[in-house]
Write a protein that binds this ligand. Structure first.
Ligand code: HEC
Ligand code: HEC
Ligand code: HEC
Length: 424
């Protein structure tokens, strides 16, 4: 204890003396340097001695104050209880500091276009998982337990207009120290955070019904089994699907919206299982899927992978005629690769032909083009992990130009997947 105290006293004294000297240097550099030189040459002279003594006194005073502060903390009399809230001045100072920090750190940050309804849908899906428990929703604006936090998480609808899109982005991505506001779980990628910002900006216009429709779709959580009654009896649908996965991926596995969430229906179970494990262990980065996968047992992962894998495969989305040429180009890339850019063909690993291949290699047929393009971009930036085979994709994606990614994604989207695996 005494050694700790001595170390602290020394540190405080050194820091104080250092900053005083630095301040002097900053305020009047020439004078300070001259004084230093004079002190060096004429150490014995009274002026230098005076100065030194004064500095020493100030340093000692500050050190005593520092130690006193430490002793007060060590005595345990400072209340840390959240139940009493902050003093108004503390609350104001903390919020003011946060506002200033956010404003300064977002200088030069530019928001992408946030008008795509898929972004709003994706953000809403995650808001329900990751934000509603603290920030409430239009129905229950102030959940009871988080209201007892200091500071407590506000209902966000009235707050959103106080911030620009880039400021919301910064808060959601990095969280806020000393408040309990967490940072985004996957710091590697920004697209998901922008989706959340897109949703937050629509929050002020939502009533309880609008929120529910955005998060759960047209059906209520309990009746969302309806669309696939003709496919599977409801008791065969795992509980996690009706309670959780279904609101984003659909109980029928077709994904909600046009590419907000990937389709899972008819995907190879080994791949789905590997993907869930990769999310759960932080090997594939997604602030949306990592927390969900981490909450599943291996048994549940297996069950969910088998369930979605066994659903009827997807009918392709209707393709606008304007994309026929792009699809033709995409088909050429998929089947022949691009030899001049050393891009291999995709079909040997991804189908659509039902050749024998590693069951962890995913099928791409019928998947949303938006989602495929996003994954290729993430691979290219090195921000898409996955199974132990994921590295195969890094060099493939790195060599594709954006328009080639789009063409090949449109080609796969337009295909009906051929079920090339018995559900295993
Ligand atoms: C564990 C609880 C918790 C979770 C989960 C949480 N937040 Fe927060 N959030 C807080 C707290 C506490 C604050 C700080 C309130 C303050 O400074 O007065 C905050 C502040 C904010 C603010 C700034 C509000 C303002 O005007 O001061 C935004 C925006 C925000 N959160 C968005 C989100 C989003 C989006 C999510 C989900 C991705 C989320 N939060 C998840 C607790 C939480
Ligand atoms: C909040 C919405 C949401 C919920 C709920 C959700 N997911 Fe996801 N899921 C996503 C998003 C978004 C992605 C795409 C992630 C990415 O870009 O890497 C995804 C990706 C996946 C993938 C990878 C698909 C592929 O082709 O690589 C699997 C597998 C998956 N989810 C399974 C599940 C299961 C099983 C559940 C339920 C336990 C579930 N998800 C719940 C949003 C959700
Ligand atoms: C040598 C085999 C191989 C080749 C060739 C290959 N891929 Fe892949 N690809 C993979 C593997 C393995 C994964 C799964 C990575 C993971 O998540 O573990 C993958 C994943 C993907 C994904 C993400 C799918 C999803 O559901 O998230 C896309 C998109 C993709 N590949 C596109 C392509 C395209 C386009 C080509 C051709 C230009 C191509 N791949 C060539 C092996 C390959």
């Amino acid at each position: 204890m005494t050694r700790l105290l001595r170390a602290i006293i020394l540190l405080v004294a050194l820091a104080t003396a250092g900053s005083l000297a630095a301040m002097r240097l900053l305020l009047s550099p020439r004078k300070a340097l001259a004084a230093a030189a004079a002190a060096g040459e004429h150490r014995a002279r009274a002026g230098g001695g005076d100065m030194k003594r004064r500095l020493f006194k100030i340093a000692a005073l500050l050190a005593v104050l520092g130690v006193a502060g430490f002793l007060v903390a060590a005595s345990g009399i400072i209340p840390i209880k959240a139940s009493s809230g902050h003093w108004a001045i503390t609350a104001w100072l903390l919020h003011f500091t946060m506002q200033r920090s956010v404003a300064t750190h977002t200088l030069g940050l530019k928001a992408p276009s946030l008008d795509d309804p898929n972004l709003v849908l994706q953000g809403a899906g995650h808001y329900e998982t990751g934000c509603r428990p603290c920030h409430g929703d239009p129905d229950l604006r102030h959940p009871r337990i988080p209201q007892q936090m200091t500071p407590h998480p506000p209902y966000l609808a009235p707050r959103v207009s106080e911030w620009d899109a880039d400021e919301l982005f910064y808060i959601v991505k990095h969280g806020v120290k000393f408040t309990g506001m967490p940072a985004w779980p996957a710091q590697q990628r920004d697209d998901e955070v922008w989706a959340m910002v897109a949703f937050l900006r629509t929050l002020p216009e939502l009533d309880a019904e609008g929120y529910r429709r955005l998060v759960h779709g047209e059906a209520t959580p309990t009746s969302s089994v309806a669309p696939i009654h003709d496919l599977l009896p409801p008791e065969k649908v795992p509980r996690a699907v009706t309670e959780n996965c279904g609101r984003c991926h659909g109980v029928d596995g077709r994904g909600r919206g046009a590419g907000a969430f990937p389709r899972l229906a008819g995907q190879r179970p080994a791949y789905l299982y590997a993907a869930l494990q990769a999310f759960a262990h932080g090997k594939r980065y997604s602030g949306m899927m990592e927390p969900i996968a981490a909450g599943l047992s291996l048994e549940e992962m297996r069950e969910l992978a088998l369930y979605y894998g066994s659903l009827k495969e997807l009918s392709p989305s209707p393709t606008p005629p304007a994309t026929t040429l792009a699809i033709e180009r995409g088909k050429a890339i998929a089947s022949q690769g691009i030899p001049s850019q050393r891009v291999p063909s995709c079909v040997d690993c991804h189908g659509p032909a039902p050749t024998r291949r590693n069951p962890i290699y995913p099928m791409l047929a019928g998947q949303y083009a938006n989602y495929l393009i996003l994954q290729l971009e993430l691979f290219k930036k090195g921000h898409r992990g996955g199974s132990p085979y994921a590295h195969l994709m890094h060099s493939v994606a790195a060599r594709l130009h954006p328009e080639q990614m789009r063409d090949v994604a449109l080609y796969y989207e337009a295909l009906t997947s051929t079920l090339d695996h018995p559900a295993q």
